[in-house]
Design a protein around this ligand. Structure first.
Ligand code: PEP
Ligand code: MG
Length: 538
């Protein structure tokens, strides 16, 4: 049995197809007819463009516009003078064959990226390699990626899967995938969860431990792979899979069910989203609304700030798609562990206690106003609520509201529509806000408890540090007291209180949260149905 990182839940039993073309062999030759070679390169680039356009269209339909956007950046690379321009220069000025020219430029970029720790830059490196390999395959007249003729029950095994690979996967044939590298938040892992097929990443050497045609069992819940299992193991996993599928099917009955606790209190079970297209999963899993839209993802994976128009489109898309259901959109929460490559900020000794979230927005009013204007304009299209992160004092909330008012006045002067009565609330994720919740509750329309941060700040245990993870306990009495205080304070003022940290979907915590009278639970879409079941049983 091999263990890796469980990237997407579920079970699969099928036959291995190892993704070829990971390493395309090329020759290094000088050419005599430089013009003809340049022409060959241009043809291959145009073919690549056609293929990427088709993949992008398919991804838009199957994965949503946001996830398809990565292919737009691939297509843009084809027009980038620093990339295809550099390749062409190699052909023309060094008389190098097109294949070697592509390989050299890709290698040069890999060399630069290798020294950069930044996750964002690493993804960009993967994009350059992916596009480079596709041009190479087209120069050599070879198929690229995993789009070949596959049999049913195929399990793709690869060193890594690129976004274009995952977008091309035919769900009717491919029932799981396994990769040597990657983590839970790598592109391929996210795509697997969106496609709802089991996947295990970070298996180190799976491409050399299995061969084409091997029968494997993929346990996406545990992150384990069993190669060429015996009959008894196969039957055991067939049973597990049947049970898992049955439970999943059974849970679907709850999609349209309104969630009511045993005591008869109606609660909302909502979804957390990071990209506009994620609303589809929230709806498919019967979410009562969006409890947290982490808008910082709109600011990532790009090289400049998103414009008001771009943001407006994303917020409008979510709000319109949710109809009358509430959509809580959190303003930019950057800083801490989330950085923007194009927004340089000074290094900090303690980034989690530093210039992040609302602190940064109040300090960079121009950036903040662009987002607030986009949010206000989108509020004309549904039940949009604005939530400010990392609030530690009343003055921060009032300052944010003041800027919001300024934006409202501007929009009114410009004759642009918005909902002047939209709700504004705060995340309670700093202990001070929980302790001071009785006062804050008088001013806000709602609270949403951000336990991911609240726990780390209360227990002084970094949420990203494995060595202190034993201290990071959602059920610590001090954490529970703060949660109870916050809920009580909201109710005393006739306001509602939700929770959008991971704890809201935690089976161990749900009974206590129900007892405390939490009004709204918000979590990743795939946890909604299980949480509904637990809430109804408590
Ligand atoms: C939280 O802190 O609980 C939260 C939901 O926000 P994030 O995980 O984005 O910090
Ligand atoms: Mg937080």
């Amino acid at each position: 049995m091999k263990k890796g990182i469980a990237a997407s839940k579920g079970y699969a039993i099928g036959n291995v197809v190892i993704k070829s073309d990971d390493e395309i062999k090329i020759s290094d030759t000088k050419v005599e007819d430089v013009a003809a070679e340049k022409q060959r390169l241009e043809v291959a680039i145009e073919k690549t463009r056609d293929q990427l356009n088709k993949i992008k269209e398919k991804a838009e339909i199957e994965l949503g516009a946001d996830k398809a956007a990565v292919f737009e950046s691939h297509i843009m690379l084809l027009d980038d003078p620093e990339f295809t321009g550099a390749i062409e220069t190699k052909v023309t000025s060094e008389s190098l064959n097109a294949e070697k020219s592509v390989a050299d430029v890709v290698e040069m970029y890999m060399g630069i990226f290798a020294f950069i720790e930044d996750e964002y830059m690493k993804e960009r490196a993967a994009d350059v390699k992916d596009v480079g390999n596709r041009i190479l395959a087209n120069l050599l007249g070879k198929a690229y990626g995993v789009s070949g003729d596959l049999a049913e029950n195929t399990i793709i095994v690869a060193h890594d899967l690129t976004p274009s690979d995952t977008a091309q996967l035919d769900k009717n044939k491919v029932i799981a995938f396994l990769t040597n590298i990657g983590g839970r938040t790598s592109h391929s892992a996210i795509m697997a969860r969106t496609l709802e097929i089991p996947a295990i990443v970070g298996l180190n050497d799976i491409t050399s431990t299995v061969k084409d045609g091997d029968l494997v069992i993929v346990d996406g819940s545990e992150g384990s792979v069993i190669v060429n299992p015996d009959e008894a193991t196969i039957s055991l996993y067939k049973e597990k899979k049947a049970k898992y599928d049955e439970e999943k099917e059974e849970l679907k009955k709850l999609i349209d069910v309104k969630t009511t606790t045993k005591a008869g209190k109606r609660v909302e079970v909502c979804g957390n989203i990071g990209k506009a297209a994620d609303v589809e999963a929230v709806l498919a899993n019967g979410g009562d609304g969006v409890g947290l839209f982490r808008t910082e993802f709109l600011y990532m994976d790009r090289d400049s700030l998103p414009t008001e128009e771009e943001q407006f489109e994303a917020y409008k898309y979510v709000t319109e798609n949710m109809g009358e259901r509430p959509v809580v959109i959190r303003t930019l929460d950057i800083g801490g562990d989330k950085k923007l490559p194009y927004l340089p900020l000074p290094d900090e000794m303690n980034p989690f206690l530093g210039f992040r979230a609302i602190r940064l927005c109040l300090g960079k009013k121009d950036i903040f106003k662009v987002q607030l204007r986009a949010l206000l304009r989108a509020s004309a299209f549904g039940n949009l609520k604005i939530m400010f992160p990392m609030i530690s004092s009343l003055s921060e909330f009032l300052a944010a509201k003041e800027i919001l008012k300024e934006c409202m006045e501007e929009l009114t002067a410009e004759g642009k529509a918005f909902n002047a009565n939209l709700d504004t609330g705060i995340m309670v994720e700093i202990p001070a806000a929980a302790v001071y919740a009785d006062e804050l509750a008088k001013h806000v329309d709602f609270f949403s408890i951000g336990t991911n941060d609240l726990i780390q700040y209360t227990l002084a245990a970094d949420r990203m540090n494995e060595n202190v993870s034993y201290l990071y306990d959602p059920m610590h009495p001090a954490v529970l007291r703060l949660i109870k205080m916050t809920i009580d304070a909201a109710h005393k003022e006739g306001k509602w209180c939700g929770m959008c940290g991971e704890m809201a979907g935690d089976e161990r915590a749900i009974p206590t949260l129900v007892e405390f009278g939490l009004d709204e639970f918000s979590m990743s879409a795939s946890s909604i149905l299980t949480a509904k079941k637990y809430i109804m049983n408590n």
